[in-house]
Ligand binder design. Structure first.
Ligand code: ADP
Ligand code: MG
Length: 344
């Protein structure tokens, strides 16, 4: 449905998007994920035709739309701040796009239908300034969808909402997307949002694509330290691979056993272990076993997060699905399996 090739954008000397290529298949929910300033909004605005790229091309449904005006591309966009027209009613806001797309005779029917979809039926005549933040987001989603765009672009649509509302609207966005099967490109700096919503995630850093894949593969098989540290929590160790055995990593007196099939075969490496892959006070032996002092315990309801500090000062985070039998300042053992160590 959408194909971006070699997209590059300079603002004077500043390289905001650097040779970015990706595609979005029909009906998919794809997320651009990255820290603030990595070029997410610039990418979306170029796709919408609001910013002219320095280089590269944008194809929509197989057609090159790179040089087309925004209203000549069939794209629905939800901006970070809703960007509703303030002196217009909800109905007038939604009608605007319908008129632009020559759908004047379907206004009443479509306004009703799409307000229903975002659970805002009955708000046709309200001024947008009378709506709460969450309601404004809903209306701006309805406005972007009402003329049935080829693709829906969402630029951090949940920013500025409190946690409960954010999760609620996040779930609704996903529900709506499934219901009408609209191809969606979502932008966020929030990894939880990205992982929970997307079929495919593209991790951006400094205008470049670091990795692209299913949420699960990004979490389990990050290709570099940026992705490993940006997505999910982990404990981090450093060391060097043993020259005669690639499944051994040494750092001073510490030895780690890792999967011998790791793509990295020699030299200095960084090891990452996810908190749920570490067992506290294991009853059976693990190939990797270390002692540490418990420094913090946080019970977050469904599970506990326990922080320890190993003898060499390395902090370790353990997730336990039961109440831990340890207290702060206790010395405890941790264990993890070679195949759960991410070697980069
Ligand atoms: P993100 O949406 O990921 O936070 P942006 O695409 O907004 O990132 O910005 C990428 C980079 O380009 C940032 O360094 C930002 O300061 C810069 N930038 C964005 N818009 C402009 C602009 N209109 N003029 C100059 N620099 C800009
Ligand atoms: Mg942005």
């Amino acid at each position: 449905m959408l194909k971006i090739s070699g997209l590059t954008k300079y603002y004077d000397d500043l390289l905001a998007v650097d040779d970015l290529s990706f595609s979005v298949d029909e009906g998919d929910f794809v997320t651009l994920l990255g820290p603030s300033g990595c070029g997410k909004s610039t990418t979306l605005h170029t796709i919408a035709g609001l910013i002219e790229p320095t280089e590269g091309s944008i194809h929509l449904r197989g057609e090159d739309v790179t040089d087309r005006q925004p209203d000549e591309r069939n794209i629905g966009m939800v901006f970070q701040n809703s960007a509703l027209f303030p002196h217009m009613s909800v109905k007038e806001n939604i009608s605007y796009g319908l008129k632009m797309h020559g759908m004047d005779d379907e206004i009443d029917q479509r306004v009703g239908e799409y307000l229903g979809l975002v659970e805002m039926s009955g708000y046709e005549d309200h001024l947008t300034t009378e709506l709460s933040g969450g309601q404004q987001r809903r209306v701006s989603i309805a406005r972007a969808l009402a003329y049935e765009p080829d693709i829906l672009l969402l630029d951090e649509p949940l920013t500025g909402l409190d946690r409960v509302l954010r999760e609620q609207i996040r779930d609704e966005v996903k529900k709506i997307q499934r219901e009408i099967n609209v191809t969606t490109l979502f932008v966020t700096h929030d990894q939880e949002e990205a992982l929970s919503l997307s079929d495919q995630v593209i991790v951006l850093n400094d205008g470049r694509k670091e990795q692209e894949g299913h949420p699960e593969s990004l979490y389990e098989r990050p290709v570099n330290s940026f992705v490993a540290e940006f997505i999910g929590k982990s404990s981090k160790f450093t060391g060097s691979i043993d020259e005669s055995d690639p499944s051994i990593v040494r750092n001073g007196s510490s030895t780690f056993v890792v999967d011998s099939n790791t793509p990295v075969k020699s030299g200095d490496v960084t090891l990452y272990i996810r908190p749920e892959d570490i067992t506290l006070e294991p009853t059976n032996g693990y190939e990797n076993q270390f002692e540490g002092t418990v420094s913090h315990i946080a019970n977050v309801g469904s599970h506990s997060e326990i922080e320890l500090v190993l003898e060499d000062g390395t902090p370790v985070l353990v997730e336990s699905n039961r109440f831990p039998d340890v207290s702060v300042d206790d010395v405890a053992t941790i264990g993890f399996r070679p195949q759960d160590v991410i070697v980069l």
